[in-house]
Design a protein around this ligand. Structure first.
Ligand SMILES: Nc1ncnc2c1ncn2[C@@H]1O[C@H](COP(=O)(O)OP(=O)(O)OP(=O)(O)O)[C@@H](O)[C@H]1O
Ligand SMILES: [Mg+2]
Length: 255
């Protein structure tokens, strides 16, 4: 899916969370979104996934303006996301959590299920098989029948990705996908993202883990106070003096 954000603004009361943001992401590209806390990164993903509407500006997905569409309609068009603060059903198994992700876009016909027709059983099996595939892709298929709350923090993040994949998205929005993960998990998620992009999925990801972003993204947009500081390849971005001051420098100070 091709993404074009044009001059998007979003205000909350007096706060300009997004202040004239424009960016373009090609199909199959991994695009990074970085910037200090409160820069507007999550707000941009909220706008792209239809959770909040922009105050002004346009969001174009594959040539159609979508800025007025609600989240469920964007999901049906192939947009999926994960959340910065993990949102799972803790008492449900991992498999059930992923199946819930499929339901976002694949509402199953009611009558075959009501009358227990064989086609409904076949569909159920197919959904379970696809959900297992998603769990396998993120490397937690052995936990399929565990409740989500029994997983480690990193595994829960991976389960969120599996749930997003269940809707077979063409645009995947990841809000800090490797936050709190062990290095080995970070690398696994990195290779997963690379293979999804190679299959043609467009990926926009927010991350504070700089080596992860730099190693994975073709293009990076740096936000600061709701504005774009710079867009460029990892090399251009990491050399930009304002980025060093506003973000890289700040994170070094925090370390
Ligand atoms: N629903 C909301 N209501 C009011 N203010 C909001 C809302 N969502 C975001 N904001 C404000 O908009 C600004 C941008 O927030 P946002 O969550 O997009 O930042 P972020 O770049 O994702 O930061 P972080 O790295 O801490 O996750 C902040 O000042 C935040 O307080
Ligand atoms: Mg955020």
């Amino acid at each position: 899916m091709f993404v074009h954000v044009k001059d998007v603004t979003r205000t909350f009361g007096g706060v300009k969370a997004l202040d004239g943001i424009s960016l373009a992401v090609k199909r199959g590209e991994v695009h990074g979104l970085i910037g200090p806390n409160g820069a507007g990164k999550t707000t941009l993903i909220n706008v792209l996934s239809g959770i909040i509407a922009p105050s002004s500006g346009e969001v174009i997905l594959d040539n159609s303006p979508v800025q007025t569409l609600p989240a469920y309609k964007l999901a049906a068009r192939g947009v999926a996301r994960t959340f910065q603060n993990i949102r799972l059903f803790p008492a449900m198994t991992c498999l059930e959590n992923v199946i819930a992700g499929q339901h976002l876009v694949a509402l199953r016909p009611f009558f075959p299920r009501l009358f227990c027709l064989p086609s409904a059983g076949r569909q159920e099996k197919e959904h379970r098989r696809q959900a297992m595939d998603c769990l396998a892709r993120v490397g937690i298929e052995s936990k399929a029948h565990f409740p989500a709350r029994a997983l480690s923090y990193g595994e829960r993040r991976r389960l969120e990705i599996a749930r997003a994949l269940a809707s077979r998205p063409r645009l995947l929005l990841l809000d800090e996908p490797v936050a709190g993960m062990r290095q080995q998990e970070v690398e696994q998620v990195g290779s997963l993202i690379q293979s999804l992009a190679a299959e043609g999925m467009t990926i926009l990801l927010i991350e504070h883990n700089m080596s992860f972003v730099m190693g994975l993204c073709a293009t990076i947009t740096v936000l600061n106070f709701g504005r774009t500081l710079v867009t460029g390849n990892p090399n251009q971005v990491s050399r930009h003096p304002e980025v060093i001051e506003a973000y890289l420098g700040a994170s070094e100070n925090n370390a």
